[in-house]
Design a protein around this ligand. Structure first.
Ligand code: NI
Length: 252
């Protein structure tokens, strides 16, 4: 199994990272995409990947990092990516949940990162919160050139199908295990499995039965098990297919 979206470099894991990784291996999770989102975390992700084989690092600037100095910030990111082996540009995107004040910079930064991903032939890991239409419009404008994944996808099944038409993958995380999560369950039931990825987004969004607690990469198995039970198939089947999808998208 592959956790395609993890932030195991966060302080929440500073006391027991080795045990977290051990629990991954015990549960047959052998690859983890370690996702940076700021100058500091891009470096942390890369450093940890030098220490542990299990990690594949990415780098990007999250929409919450979008500010007036976005050009300068982007140039620093560019310099980092040119000097460090990474597996995706992400996570980047649009987030209107906390603020729309920096919307102009969010759009510019997201577009620049999409164009960078195209230029480097890397997938993009997209974060979209309360910004469904604008995120879709930007991605659609790169149709046929940009590849990537909608991380911890929270939109409708109909929109998911539109992303798949653009060649994107849909990644489901902890919310698919929540009792009230109708739409993620509908997506799990109906999505074209060749376009599905699984993730934790740890330390956030822990799946049931750990909801509200610290999440960790080994919990991706609960996401896998839930999708398997919704579709009435063996977990090993979902495990195999999502693993193949991740290997293909991230070239790992
Ligand atoms: Ni994340």
């Amino acid at each position: 199994m592959i956790d395609t979206h993890s932030h195991l470099f966060e302080d929440e894991f500073k006391d027991d990272l080795d045990e977290c990784i051990k629990r991954c291996k015990e549960n047959n999770i052998n690859k983890i995409i370690l996702v940076g989102f700021s100058e500091e975390t891009n470096e942390k992700a890369f450093e940890l990947s030098q220490k542990y084989d299990i990690f594949y690092p990415t780098a990007a600037l999250h929409p919450s990092e979008a500010r007036e100095s976005y050009l300068e910030d982007f140039n620093k990111l560019l310099d980092f990516i040119n000097n460090h082996k990474i597996y995706a540009v992400g996570e980047c995107g649009l987030d209107y949940h906390w603020t729309k004040e920096n919307i102009e910079y969010q759009h510019k930064l997201f577009r620049m990162q999409c164009e960078l991903a195209i230029k480097m032939n890397l997938p993009v890991i997209v974060h979209s919160r309360d910004a469904d239409q604008d995120t879709f419009d930007i991605i659609k404008s790169y149709k046929g050139k940009l590849k990537g994944v909608m991380h911890c996808y929270s939109g409708s099944y109909e929109l998911a199908k539109e992303y798949i038409k653009l060649g994107f993958y849909i990644s489901l995380g902890g919310p698919v295990t929540f009792k009230n999560a109708k739409e993620p369950k509908r997506i799990a039931e109906n999505i074209d499995l060749s376009r599905l990825l699984i993730e934790t987004d740890c330390p956030y969004l822990a799946p049931t039965p750990f909801r509200g607690q610290r999440n960790e990469s080994s919990y991706v198995k609960y996401v896998c098990d839930m999708i398997a039970s919704i579709r009435g198939v063996e977990p090993s089947y979902i495990e195999k297919i999502t693993e193949e999808n991740a290997i293909k998208l991230f070239n790992i």
